[in-house]
Design a protein around this ligand. Structure first.
Ligand code: PLP
Length: 335
């Protein structure tokens, strides 16, 4: 795969580790060997998957002469935290438009990522009601900033366009290099599926490297059919951008939606259990919105016998642990 045709900043420090989760695998008692790709340890304040995508998105902005970045996300957005974080390093001004997906959920004094927006020097935070056209909201902000003489560049939600998804195509290649070097045979990869860039990039990368490893996405908000459509479309756009010769089969995009619960960012019992099990057995901190629900899916797939005995399954840990601190009552009431 050739990424040198695209503007790219260097935010990584080598490959993130792939670790066996022996304690958790044993606790589940199904003879499935679980491994974890530690993208929660990526650079950028508190780490997480958006750093890989921002290597490409912010490079594109810088190449276009931007001095100001506008992006959007939910009220506890990890993507907004990491965009603000890399804006610090790049000396770019950062403006956030937050979507209040759960009514009344935006609290300026909230902990977690919201607190970090402030520490990371975000220039402005505006809040739009749930269901708003976020691209339109960001364009409005861009017009405002242009009138002040700024050169704004819009990074879409989750940095999930074909530019950002390149970061996860590159991650797939990184994983294959690690597996080949360590002679570790992985049968299946499980990833969270949100704004879709991570899932789409991983699918494109696994196909593009002829890995013969299937990828499953665990949804955090949308129904299966809708999410699969979004991931597939983005995968096709990303493959086209890379000039890939092989096409992406529709069947390569598989999503599970039974772990979403009542909705995006709303706690579920299985998420709480997954967060507790990863912490207790592996000293790994998940988050309540993405990696916790994806891990709940992983645990259920293992327990229900979805993977045969002896299978090696790799879970992509996309980060997000700062959001845990905005969910203390969820974990306390259940203790
Ligand atoms: C954004 C995010 C995801 C989802 O990745 P997408 O590329 O948006 O699908 C998963 N985990 C965490 C912690 C995230 O912040």
């Amino acid at each position: 795969m050739n990424f040198t045709k695209f503007p790219r900043r260097a935010y990584l420090q080598g490959a993130t580790p792939i670790e066996p989760m022996e304690n958790l695998s044993k606790a589940l008692g199904k003879g499935v060997n679980l491994f974890v790709k530690r993208d929660d340890l990526l650079p950028g304040a508190s780490g997480g998957n958006k750093t890989r995508k921002l290597e490409f998105c912010l490079a594109d902005g810088l190449e276009q002469g931007a001095d100001t970045i506008i992006t959007c996300g939910a009220v506890q957005s990890n993507h907004c935290r990491l965009t603000a974080s890399w804006c610090c390093k790049e000396n770019l001004e950062c403006h956030l438009v937050l979507e209040e997906r759960v009514k009344g959920s935006y609290k300026p004094e909230a902990s977690g990522n919201n607190f970090l927006f402030d520490l990371l020097g975000v220039k402005s935070v505006s809040v739009a009601p749930g269901g708003s056209d976020m691209m339109a909201e960001m364009r409005k902000k861009a017009d405002e900033l242009k009138a002040q003489g700024k050169k704004p560049y819009i990074v879409p939600g989750g940095a999930s366009n074909a530019i950002g998804a390149l970061g996860y195509v590159a991650c797939a290649e990184e994983i294959m290099n690690q597996l080949n070097t360590e002679h570790l045979n992985i049968d299946h990869i499980v990833v969270p599926s949100g704004s879709a860039g991570t899932h789409a990039g991983m699918v494109v990368g696994m196909i593009g490297t002829n890995a013969n490893i299937s990828v499953s996405g665990v949804n955090v908000s949308r129904p299966k059919d809708v999410q699969e459509g979004i991931v597939f479309k983005l995968a096709e756009e990303t493959a086209l951008k890379l000039g890939m010769k092989m096409s992406i089969p529709r069947e390569a995009v598989v999503c599970y939606d039974q772990y979403v619960g009542p909705g995006y960012s709303l706690p579920t019992d299985s998420m709480v259990e997954a967060v507790r099990l990863f912490a207790k057995h592996e000293a790994i901190l998940l988050d309540p919105v993405y990696s916790g629900k994806a891990a709940a899916g992983l645990l259920d797939l293992v327990r229900s016998g979805h993977f045969p005995r002896g299978a090696n399954v790799l879970f992509l840990h996309t980060g997000g642990s700062p959001a845990l601190y905005a969910y203390l009552p969820t974990f306390r009431k259940e203790g």
